[in-house]
Write a protein that binds this ligand. Structure first.
Ligand code: NAP
Length: 491
């Protein structure tokens, strides 16, 4: 029995796990090797899963390869119906999915519920978009020809997802791929594979044909990744995770000129100009910084506040940060859960130590809460400058470094002075400034007077070393389609 009691006690319908218990029902073989999934809040073992490797990845790819032409040959409506059924099952089991997510990842239950509904929204969106894969006709330059473009699925897609949004990242990749007529092999992060497993169990119940969706549980990400990149039956890799691993996968895909979609790291600036509504900016900064304990690719990583409003902003912001409650994600009233692991705590501590050594001031927090666990106090630093690691690297934790600025043009140059280009935020009211700054920021996404912008209806993704491609919206579907030009002569 792979699921342990600490996991089972959170579930309303443990039967949800039926197919996970019987992995062959999902079309996967199980070896003798296993790995454990641990609750980061308690250290309890939640489950023991089969540790798959190259052989299982190859077998899953073969299944996906065989299934793909049949899946693509269904009508758009039939593919859409299957996605709708999956969506319905996710809504029906939302509470259990959220509980699994909180148990394996640590985020507060209210955030886990919101993530599950976000995941369901992607399925809904792409169930609808499946019916709108249009081609194009082109007025031909000669009378005896007809010219047109059709869109076709890329083929088998290898997908790798991270631990910080283990449900919505799965949905955001799989649903457009399936809508387009692709089949998939997915490897979730080894720290958070259970919610992906539960979602696949529901996909199985939704009646996707054999081989259309395939799941690989593995603690050997590098071997699975290499196999997906090297296997010629896999026509595309869709990855969300760090820029470092994204670079490696892109390199591994280069031999076969394999297509890649990469959703990578960020270093989001959050700028508060002197004409901003300060209370709204404080609200937005709390959301953009402390959601998911700051372990979000679009987290505000460095806050720039203009001199005239700096002190007032800091005072209001610190007051709010002190009220945030840290604890087990299942406890009522908790705003911030644990960090995913000890490395994450070490990174925050090193950023704080570096900033303080270079003249930064701790305004609140900066301590571990439980010396054995990974709970960390939400922290605010002021007196930050661009030479500090905290301003240059993604912290990925509940640490808000504040940089004072005077010159509105210089702050945009500073905000752009990074290899990353995922998300940026700013608060201002002057219309001219709003347009100019929005256009000048070199980022794939800009939140203006808001600290939260992800939506299934919008194209999510970065520029520079934050990635290639977009997820969500009609653009997300294009990432899984090939364009074919047809020229009919002799008419
Ligand atoms: P990560 O270390 O890159 O891991 C992400 C995924 O890649 C996991 O499934 C991991 O497996 C796998 N992986 C690790 N090494 C691999 C390799 N050599 N070959 C193939 N796969 C490999 O990133 P993370 O620390 O989990 O996630 C945090 C990062 O993701 C942050 O930088 C964040 O900004 C970024 N992120 C970006 C977005 C976006 O949409 N742009 C969204 C969320 C997160 P294991 O976990 O099993 O090792």
């Amino acid at each position: 029995m792979p699921l342990r009691p600490p996991m089972m006690r959170h579930l309303k319908s443990p039967d949800l796990f039926g197919p996970i218990d019987r992995l062959p029902a999902l079309g996967l073989s199980t070896g003798e090797r296993t790995f454990e999934v641990i609750n980061p809040s308690t250290g309890e073992v939640l489950a023991e899963l089969p540790d798959m490797g190259v052989e299982e990845t190859r077998a899953a790819t073969d299944k996906a390869y065989v299934a793909q032409p049949g899946w693509a040959a269904l009508t758009a409506r039939e593919r859409s119906d299957a996605l709708w059924r999956w969506h319905q099952l996710i809504i029906e089991h939302a509470d259990d999915l959220a509980a699994i997510l909180t148990a394996e990842m640590g985020k507060p239950l209210f955030e886990a519920k919101s993530e599950v509904s976000h995941a369901a929204a992607y399925l809904q969106w792409y169930a609808e978009e499946a019916n709108r894969i249009y081609g194009e006709t082109i007025p031909a330059p000669s009378r005896d020809r007809r010219m047109l473009v059709i869109k076709q699925p890329i083929g088998v897609v290898g997908t790798i997802t991270p631990w910080n949004f283990p449900a919505s990242m799965v949905a955001r990749k799989i649903s457009p791929a399936l809508a387009a007529g692709c089949t998939i092999v997915l490897k979730p992060a080894d720290q958070t594979p259970l919610v992906a497993g539960a979602m696949f169990a529901l996909a199985h119940q939704a009646g996707f044909p054999e081989g259309v969706v395939n799941l690989i549980y593995s603690s050997k990400a590098d071997a699975v990744g290499r196999e997906l990149c090297a296997n010629p039956k896999v026509r595309k890799i869709s990855f969300t995770g760090s820029t470092e691993v994204g670079r490696l996968l892109m390199r591994q895909c280069s031999d076969q000129i394999k297509k890649v979609s990469l959703e990578l790291g960020g270093n989001a600036p959050f700028i508060v100009f002197d004409d901003a509504d300060l209370d709204a900016a404080v609200d937005g900064a709390i959301q953009a910084k402390f959601r998911n304990a700051g372990q979000t690719c679009v987290s505000a990583n460095r806050l720039y506040v203009q001199s005239q409003v700096h002190d007032e902003f800091v005072q209001k912001f610190v007051e709010r940060v002190r009220q945030l409650s840290v604890g087990d994600g299942f406890a009522p009233g908790v705003d911030i859960g644990p960090l995913i692991d000890k490395d994450a705590v070490a990174k925050i501590e090193s950023h704080i130590a570096d900033a303080v050594a270079k003249g930064g001031t701790i305004r609140c927090g900066a301590e571990r809460i439980d010396k054995r666990g990974t709970f960390f106090e939400p922290t605010v630093l002021t007196g930050i400058s661009s030479v500090m690691a905290v301003a240059r690297e993604e912290t990925f934790g509940p640490l808000a470094p504040i940089i004072r600025f005077d010159d509105a043009d210089q702050v945009v140059r500073d905000a752009n002075d990074t290899i990353y280009g995922l998300a940026a935020y700013f608060y201002a009211s002057d219309l001219k400034r709003v347009w100019r700054v929005a256009e000048a920021l070199e980022y794939g996404m800009v939140g203006i007077n808001t600290g939260r912008m992800s939506s299934e209806a919008a194209p999510f993704g970065g520029i520079k070393q934050s990635g290639i491609g977009r997820e969500g919206s009609r653009h997300g579907l294009e990432d899984y389609l090939e364009m074919k030009y047809l020229c009919i002569g002799g008419i």
